[in-house]
Design a protein around this ligand. Sequence first.
Ligand code: A4P
Ligand code: MG
Length: 228
Amino acid sequence: MPQADPIFQQLPRTPGVHSRCENLHASTKFKMIIIGMGSNVTSRWGDSYRTIAEGLNQLEGAGIPILRHSRFYRTSPLGPADQPDYFNAAAIIGTSLPAIALLSLLKKIETAAGRRSSVRWGPRALDIDILDYNRQILNWQNRRCQRFKCNEFRLILPHPGIESRPFVLQPLQDIAPYWHHPVYGLNPAQFLARLRGVKMGRIIDTVSDTYPLIQNLQSLHEPEKIAT
Ligand code: A4P
Ligand code: MG
């Protein structure tokens, strides 16, 4: 029997953190993929909370199960300060899609939400990043050149900047406290401990319990399905 990735270990029950699949060990047929989601502008689907929830629904509609998702957090912007607070969350998803194909699906979902290109770190309706794709390290050495100087963006894994962003690390801590950064080797709690006192991108509060659970959103409206 294949060894389950430690990331799939059972977690203590935390309100707002949802495991869809009771026996995550049964999920070893999937690659271990973690996505991060952010929004700070109303989208075609509604406010930022609803937008992130609908983004997760769209993934499921495209045949990609959400195995576990974090609480939803309100966070202060990293980048220009004259923009609204963000909502952030993270999820473990199950797919055997190659990373590039997954990225292209995520971009389609962002576009369906109404995301338009904006300034770097500027306001956005929906941003979905691949934080970790099966512990792959890809285009890492040139990550700064690719992101900031070159015209062409290529997939970078793990997603650069995880280690310095409380708005990514806290949701990660919810769903994957046993995860270790493939390059730096630290877990979310260890990174968070180093970031105490950081102002930009910090957690303001948890907003999970103020809205219906994601599962119930589907029945509220039937948005267009994203083709894979
Ligand atoms: N790309 C390369 N690697 C990846 C990956 N692992 N996952 C490419 C997703 N995309 C990846 O991304 C730019 C390009 O990166 C894409 O063409 C993709 O092919 P984007 O999402 O289109 O643009 P972006 O998000 O504006 O750029 P960037 O530099 O990725 O920004 P970040 O790092 O996503 O940060 N503050 C708070 N509180 N919460 C937030 O969520 N988000 C940002 C954006 C800034 N401040 C924030 C938040
Ligand atoms: Mg992004």
